[in-house]
Design a protein around this ligand. Structure first.
Ligand SMILES: Nc1ncnc2c1ncn2[C@@H]1O[C@H](COP(=O)(O)OP(=O)(O)OP(=O)(O)O)[C@@H](O)[C@H]1O
Ligand SMILES: [Mg+2]
Length: 826
């Protein structure tokens, strides 16, 4: 937009264009340098370019938090800054009369949220949604906020209650290292990447003291137990036990020093997250005693040995696959650590049992080598996922308060950000679906906040029309047909269908949706969803299978036979489970698919969010290398898009992205009054300086109002066509003038026109002055020339005259002498 304005108003000179652009930028941005602007909605105009420049200027000045209306943008510093999160800073924000007047910080959000709870204004419960891409700092931020609440919401009253409060706060904080050890892993994008989503509810009593908490987790990436991308690692806990076990424990868990495990890639890398002692200590605080811990780590060691179990091809379909030579010991160790009978374990891994017919006859079919591997991986995933869920329930029972002891809560959501990789599957579909839902929630909230500002300024909201992402959500989860329903249908019918067939079904059933696309050039079966943050191509191969997440019933039955106390808890003999895990083609009962479970938990989460006052923290990763002091504009831009900040910019653009104070507006556009000959010169003169003694806010406002109206009356005269003026609305609020890009363009065009007229006038005067001066100089030169010439002529004549006189005298003398000589001769 700036370029457009400049393109029209400036000449060809690039330097001139740049200076005009800076001039307009300075006018719109006000006097403050960009890095001092602590609210992105105050950059003027609200465009991606200015927002990016502002964030970069702040990052360079080591300022990592910036407000963006109702959102806080948190740039990852990628370096420790202890003084930014010290208890003194927490107290400063907690005790400040108006924390929002302090520098933007996560503690501003924390304190605002806490005060909202105190104020008891509905909705009293609060939620903070922390989002961003992997490595952007969500978990770090959530942890800092939990520490903040542990300090500010602690009970200072009596020693006894203080002790209880401290205990509960410590336990809540201790849940972090435990959940991170079991749920986080080192990935290419983050050394401590959370492989699950988390919502923690901090429960407060009537005196706003923290009495407990509850954790809800989402979509643990359990496939990581058995399959890790190259250069990535398994969950931290596996490395912790291998590196931190004592000599006795190594013996007991069969973890010889330096032993190689195929499910333990890159063990040579040591991270600060590999501290086994911290995890054990935290588990102890949460009530998980040493024998139970021992039991857990033993089972995990069992899984590592299970991962070394490898099969060879049998060469005969009727025979089960034999074990590789070096795997015999592994399977024995795995069986002993998991306290499973060795032969049934081997049999379950290698032979499938099928029940068929009316009498449910049992058939046994040896599995192929690949199937054996899948069953082994499935066993490990099943144990790990149950173990993780069990840990979450133990943590909850340790930190959750008695329902009577709390009345309000603050929810913290640490949720995976929008994902788009070269290959996207069910995991990305679920994650992006969650982000669409949260984005809709965010947009509704942002629109409300915008509406409040417009109302406060006395403007009408009806001028803003904005379409949210409902069409995309309809495509993913809508009724009766959507991507989710189609994938679930495939699972329910349990029919064999290829990836290409699924693509065709999705395309034909949802052809009408504007958010569904198809890349005709792609060879692999896929479909494209146009998300609010960009288009993502999902591959249909393996989608249905992942959605089914099939668990062979023999595996569960086997685990139910374990003599291990922990596995007995994780796999109780439950007849109800059978019906869920054996989906048969004829069954009419709804199949519990990954998508349907995820959808249900997401709906529950949104219900909670809807019942609270939301706050948003958008974490941004300034570069993908994790280096301090490095700001990559393109990477930041794509994150601004993914976290919905670009959307908020569009929302602003749908309304009035440009807001200028009355005074600045008049100062810049007062000259437009020259275009209207009818507009009388201001009776009040220019706005007085603030320092003058006769000035008063009331009189200045009256002066500004009169001038403003005069300027606004010139708008129709500026428009090239009558429609242009109506399409470029300018609204006069109580303190600011609100306008659209096109209105700014119109005003700038008019200003350029007036400036051009003035420039022409000055040029004309200058030319006339120069002409007159030249004429005077010419005449003077002629005069001087004439005088010189006449002087020279006179001089010349005088010289001739003198010469003639000399000649004449000489002639006369010669004649006299000649006469005398002739007379003497005679
Ligand atoms: N405010 C901060 N100060 C210093 N370092 C930080 C800060 N925020 C994040 N970091 C650094 O960035 C790393 C990644 O942060 P974090 O683990 O919170 O990312 P995340 O958004 O939770 O990623 P994921 O989605 O992969 O879990 C941290 O381990 C830490 O080193
Ligand atoms: Mg995280």
């Amino acid at each position: 937009m700036l370029q457009q304005v400049n393109g029209q108003s400036s000449g060809s000179d690039a330097h001139g264009r740049e200076s005009l652009r800076e001039d307009l930028q300075a006018f719109l941005g006000g006097e403050a340098p960009l890095h001092q602007l602590d609210d992105l909605t105050k950059v003027n105009p609200v465009t991606l370019e200015t927002v990016l420049r502002c964030l970069q200027a702040r990052y360079t000045a080591d300022t990592f938090y910036t407000r963006a209306g109702c959102t806080l943008v948190a740039l990852n510093p990628f370096k420790p800054i202890p003084q930014l999160y010290s208890p003194e800073v927490m107290q400063e924000y907690h005790t400040a009369p108006q924390p929002q007047k302090l520098k933007p910080h996560i503690f501003t959000v924390g304190e605002q949220t806490y005060r909202n709870v105190k104020s008891l204004i509905e909705p009293v419960n609060q939620s903070i949604v922390v989002s961003g891409e992997s490595g952007a700092g969500k978990t770090w931020t959530s942890r800092c906020l939990m520490k903040f609440y542990a300090v500010v919401a602690a009970s200072p009253t009596s020693w006894e209650s203080h002790k209880i409060a401290e205990r509960i706060e410590q336990r809540i904080l201790n849940s972090n290292p435990v959940m991170e050890a079991f749920g986080n892993a080192c990935t290419l994008r983050n050394n401590n990447s959370s492989r699950f989503g988390k919502f923690i509810q901090l429960q407060l009593n009537r005196a706003q003291q923290m009495t407990g908490a509850a954790v809800q987790t989402y979509l643990l990436e359990k496939t990581r137990v058995a399959c890790q991308a190259s250069s990535e690692r398994n969950f931290h806990i596996f490395y912790q036990i291998c590196k931190g076990a004592s000599a006795d424990e190594r013996l007991q868990w069969h973890l010889a020093e330096g032993a190689a495990f195929s499910w333990l890639p890159n063990p040579e890398r040591t991270l600060e997250e590999d501290c086994f002692e911290v995890t054990r200590e935290a588990m102890l605080h949460l009530g998980i005693d040493a024998p139970t811990q021992n039991n857990i780590f033993q089972a995990l060691a069992g899984l590592l040995h299970l991962g070394n179990t490898r099969f060879a091809d049998s060469g005969n379909e009727a025979q089960p696959c034999p074990l590789m030579d070096d795997a015999k010991c592994s399977v024995r160790t795995a069986a002993s650590l998991l306290r499973l009978p060795e032969d049934p374990l081997l049999e379950t891994l290698r032979i499938r049992t099928i029940r068929a017919g009316r009498r449910q006859q049992v058939f046994r079919k040896p599995c192929s080598r690949a199937e054996c591997d899948t069953r082994r991986d499935c066993l490990a995933k099943l144990v790990y996922a149950r173990l993780f869920d069990w840990l979450v329930s133990v943590i909850n029972s340790s930190i959750c308060a008695d329902p009577d002891s709390w009345t309000t809560f603050i929810g913290l959501l640490d949720v995976y950000g929008f994902e788009s990789f070269p290959t996207n599957s069910l995991e990305q579909l679920c994650i992006n679906y969650a982000n669409e839902k949260l984005q809709q929630h965010f947009v509704a909230h942002y629109l409300r906040a915008q509406q409040e500002e417009y109302t406060a300024e006395g403007l009408e909201w009806s001028t803003v029309s904005y379409q949210d992402n409902q069409t995309c959500l309809d495509l993913i989860e809508g009724s009766p047909v959507s991507i989710c329903s189609l994938i679930n249908e495939e699972c329910r019918l349990n029919r064999p269908s290829s990836a290409a067939q699924l693509q065709t079904r999705i395309e034909s059933a949802l052809a009408g949706s504007p958010c569904l696309g198809h890349n005709k050039l792609s060879r692999e079966p896929s479909f494209i969803v146009v998300h609010y943050a960009g288009s993502v191509r999902y591959h249909t191969a393996g989608l249905v299978e992942k959605n089914k997440d099939p668990i062979p019933p023999e595996l569960t039955r086997l685990l139910q036979q374990s003599q291990d106390p922990l596995l007995k808890v994780l796999f109780p003999a439950d007849p109800e489970e059978k019906s869920q895990e054996e989906p048969s083609g004829q069954s009419r009962a709804p199949v519990l698919t990954v998508v349907s479970k995820f959808k249900a938990s997401l709906e529950q989460l949104l219900q909670v969010l809807h019942s609270t006052t939301p706050h948003y923290i958008r974490c941004i990763k300034p570069n993908s290398q994790g280096r301090a002091q490095m700001f990559h504009q393109e990477e930041v831009l794509s994150q601004l898009e993914a976290c919905g900040l670009v959307e908020t910019i569009h929302i602003s653009a749908a309304g009035f992205p440009i807001r200028v104070s009355h005074r600045n507006f008049v100062e810049r556009y007062e000259l437009l009054r020259r275009l209207c000959p009818g507009a009388a010169p201001s009776p009040h003169g220019p706005p007085p300086d603030e320092g003058r003694s006769e000035w008063s806010p009331g009189s200045e406002q009256a002066t500004l109002q009169a001038l403003l109206q005069d300027i606004l009356h010139t708008l129709p005269a500026l428009a090239r066509a009558p429609a242009e003026a109506t399409l470029a609305p300018v609204h006069c609020g109580r303190t600011k003038v609100f306008m659209t890009d096109s209105a700014l363009e119109l005003l700038e065009r008019g200003r350029a026109q007036v400036l051009e007229q003035c420039a022409r006038c000055i040029q004309g005067g200058w030319r006339r002055h120069r002409g007159r001066k030249k004429e005077r100089q010419r005449r003077a030169a002629v005069l001087i020339q004439a005088a010189v010439r006449s002087w020279l002529t006179r001089k010349h004549i005088q010289r001739l005259h003198a010469a003639a006189t000399v000649i004449k005298r000489a002639w006369q003398e010669w004649r006299v002498s000649t006469d005398l000589r002739s007379q003497g001769g005679q």
